[in-house]
Design a binder for this molecule. Structure first.
Ligand SMILES: [Fe+2]
Ligand SMILES: [Fe+2]
Length: 212
């Protein structure tokens, strides 16, 4: 079940799907960064056995996702474009560091939130694309990201109390929503919403539950 504090409007999916090649290239870089973030966690906390053993295979899987996305791109006669800075990741990084001495919990929780946001967006993309290959890609990845989401929480549970995890997760969930809802729209996996007219669809402003 999604526990994000802000729901991506469906109009975002239609807009990014207008340029699937740009989206695939940005997505491939996200998979690469996911693998590298896990490697960085392992390098920083080599003595945390559960973290090393549980997350090592996830880094491998993220590289498999990278190869899979690049494969789709190359199959369409294109190559990977240059990586671009990620204001989403920067915003989350700042939220994680605020007033923290022990960063490990925040890094695990932020990684889990990114997985959850990816899950949400893959689901939207799978529902909105008319391209069978892309639908299969996004549906396949959704399953992995949901599992990764649970795994990061599980790893945190080895080192922190349930109360500490829940309190901090609530704060970081709010911070994640604050970051992504004001990012400019762009054809990227972690961009902000398509601007809507003042009297337009405001369903994205009421939280995760879509009004009937
Ligand atoms: Fe992935
Ligand atoms: Fe993942």
């Amino acid at each position: 079940m999604l526990r994000l504090d802000w729901k991506t409007p469906a109009s975002w999916a239609d807009a990014v799907l207008s340029d699937p090649l740009a989206l695939l290239s940005d997505h491939a870089h996200c998979e690469l960064k996911a693998a590298s973030a896990i490697q960085s966690l392992i390098v920083t906390y080599p003595d945390r056995l559960a973290l090393v053993q549980e997350l090592g295979p996830v880094a491998v899987e993220e590289m498999q996702h990278f190869n899979q996305v690049v494969g789709v791109l190359v199959g369409r006669g294109h190559t990977l474009r240059a990586a671009r800075p990620s204001p989403y990741a920067e915003g989350l990084g700042k939220a994680a560091r605020q007033g923290r001495k022990d960063l490990m919990l925040d890094r695990l929780l932020v990684a889990g939130l990114i997985e959850e946001r990816s899950f949400e967006r893959f689901e939207l993309l799978a529902e909105h694309t008319t391209d069978g290959e892309l639908e299969d890609l996004y549906r396949g990845l959704m399953v992995s990201e949901a599992r990764h989401r649970r795994l990061f929480a599980q790893v945190a549970g080895n080192y922190y109390s349930r109360a500490e995890i829940e309190t901090r997760e609530q704060e970081l969930r709010a911070a994640e929503a604050q970051v992504i809802r004001v990012l400019p729209f762009d054809v990227r996996m972690h961009s902000g919403p398509v601007p809507v007219p003042a009297d337009g669809d405001r369903s994205s402003l009421v939280g995760i539950e879509e009004p009937a």
